[in-house]
Design a binder for this molecule. Sequence first.
Ligand SMILES: [Fe+2]
Length: 158
Amino acid sequence: MNEWTATGTEAGMYVMWDEKFATGVEIVDKQHRGLIHILNGLYKSIGEGRGDAALHGIFGELQRYADYHFDTEERLLKKHGVESRHQAEHVIRHVAYRRRIEALRARHDEGERLIPIQVLAFVCDWWLEHILTCDRVFESLAVTARGSEPGSGWEENS
Ligand SMILES: [Fe+2]
């Protein structure tokens, strides 16, 4: 558990949304909140003694959400002309995440008994680190967009 993961004492949540996670890009922040919701759902299941059962569905859910969210991020980076080097670095991180989840899923499918809270801790740490480092690129772009085109360019349909 690192400085970003919560203690689980707040209303039974593993991680709480914090304004420091915000990038200022509405659709990205909305999806990050959705991701936190999924993680807290797994935490709730673990708390209710259903962690092992929850693992059956969580990998697919994490993969589907990652496909959806990474597609949004990569599309925005491209659309707003982020330097190709930064785009490539971001995509590499996304690919690495997909591979990690795929590997965990394969171990689970092959019958290895994964510990749900460890899976949750790994996934949560990955996301929070990603949101607080790589995804800052959206913060700087949102500031630029606001400065030149107030209220435009970063809405859900952009
Ligand atoms: Fe990202």
